[in-house]
Design a protein around this ligand. Structure first.
Ligand SMILES: [Zn+2]
Ligand SMILES: [Zn+2]
Length: 390
């Protein structure tokens, strides 16, 4: 695949940067080291300006082309996950309980590689804003950057994002017009009953039994409440309550998420979760408190911006390796807030090595270094194609 030669030259450097970031993962809004590395590297490259402190640990790097012109933004996320790494790799996480399990170390590195190339060559007309965003994993760092004036401080025509995808072969790009990722909520249901001796259930109200019925009932919210051709998800991901085999506890907590694309489904899911939780608890004489937060909005790609992204991807990977994504994913992404404020597109880059690859968010997942120059070349090509120097 025609990777930019100069970028291929520093594949080893990029791999070393990626391994360094991988060994030192930081969670959302704590990316002080990562953000300092990103800022320092860029200063080394001789970029025009490095602006830190946007959304706490966010960084925007300004690179001006050899001619004046328009501006675009290229965005990567920097945060890790609260997962204990099990890869056994020589550069595995040095911090117990924290891991780059979504490949944001790779995202940061690919954009660093592109920045190095763009600062060296300046073969474009206008300005490239290279955006390092904190806290993608559930804390909406993308929204905070927009709220803190990202697009007002750095006026740009379009903004672009990218995610690695282990389920697609390495170097294949997948694009989509319109929705590519879902809107999300997170919810917590606290069921309060009445604690009792396990041998005297009639003297208490068993919140574990109530919680079990709620979990089962929640599965009807999509199955019986959402039109079958629409997409919706309700998942309970955590259930906690009780400590002993012979004690009925007082409370049980359930945590979960919902996913949707259309406002009507989003409303039906929220109403359904609230109704099933509170009314089921009531039916058993217990009480359920529901804390339901809508977190991310739909990641909705602009068609014209997507076509520009596709052209850049084809220049790097070739026509046959740039494919339409037939179905969106129910995953969530806070680049959605940038796309709600600015024309742009989000693309997937395959990182699959073959059979048995671990998916992102898995303790055995590792970003595929083979695609570092592919992603960096995509970013650089996108900048040169959108801001042609003549
Ligand atoms: Zn993730
Ligand atoms: Zn991610």
């Amino acid at each position: 695949m025609p990777i930019i030669n100069r970028i291929a030259d520093f594949h080893d450097d990029m791999t070393a940067w990626r391994h360094d970031l991988h060994a030192h993962p930081e969670l959302g809004f704590e990316e002080h080291r990562t953000s300092a590395v990103a800022a320092d590297r860029r200063r080394e490259f001789g970029v025009d300006e490095v602006v830190t402190g946007i959304a706490r640990t966010g960084v925007v790097v300004v690179i001006r082309g050899r001619l004046p012109g328009d501006a675009i933004g290229l965005r990567a996320d920097m945060d890790a996950l609260p997962i204990h790494e099990e890869t056994g790799l020589p550069y595995a996480s040095t911090i117990p309980g924290k891991m780059h399990a979504c490949g944001h170390d790779g995202h940061t590195t690919m954009l660093l590689g592109a920045a190095r190339y763009l600062a060296e060559t300046r073969n474009f007309a206008g300005t490239v804003y290279v955006i390092f965003q904190p806290a993608e994993e559930g804390m909406a760092g993308g929204k905070v950057m927009v709220d803190e004036g990202l697009f007002a401080r750095f006026p740009m025509r379009m903004v672009f994002g990218m995610h690695n995808w282990p389920l697609m072969p390495a170097g294949v790009f997948a694009w989509r017009h319109g929705p590519i990722m879902a809107a999300c909520s997170s919810f917590e249901i606290t069921v309060t009953g009445r604690g009792a001796h396990a041998a005297q259930p009639h003297t208490g109200i068993d919140p574990i039994l109530v919680a079990a019925h709620i979990v089962t009932g929640l599965q009807s919210v999509v199955a019986r409440g959402i039109e079958p051709v629409e997409a919706g998800v309700v998942t309970v991901g955590a259930i906690n309550g009780g400590h002993a085999h012979n004690v009925i506890p007082e409370t049980v907590s359930l945590k979960g998420t919902t996913r949707w694309f259309t406002p009507a489904v989003g409303d039906a899911l929220e109403a359904g979760v609230r109704r099933v939780a509170t009314k089921t608890a009531e039916a058993f004489g217990a009480h359920a408190e529901v804390n339901y937060q809508r977190t991310y909005i739909v990641t909705d790609n602009d068609a014209a911006a997507t076509d520009l992204a596709v052209a850049a991807a084809r220049a790097v990977s070739g026509e046959a390796r740039v494919v339409p994504m037939v179905k969106p994913t129910m995953g969530g992404e806070d680049f959605s807030f940038m796309l709600a404020a600015k024309q742009g597109s989000y693309i997937m880059l395959g990182g699959g090595r073959g059979e048995g690859d671990a998916m992102v968010h898995h303790p055995k997942y590792d970003f595929n270094d083979a695609i570092l120059p592919v992603g960096a070349s995509y970013w650089a090509t996108l900048a040169e194609q959108l801001l042609p120097a003549g």
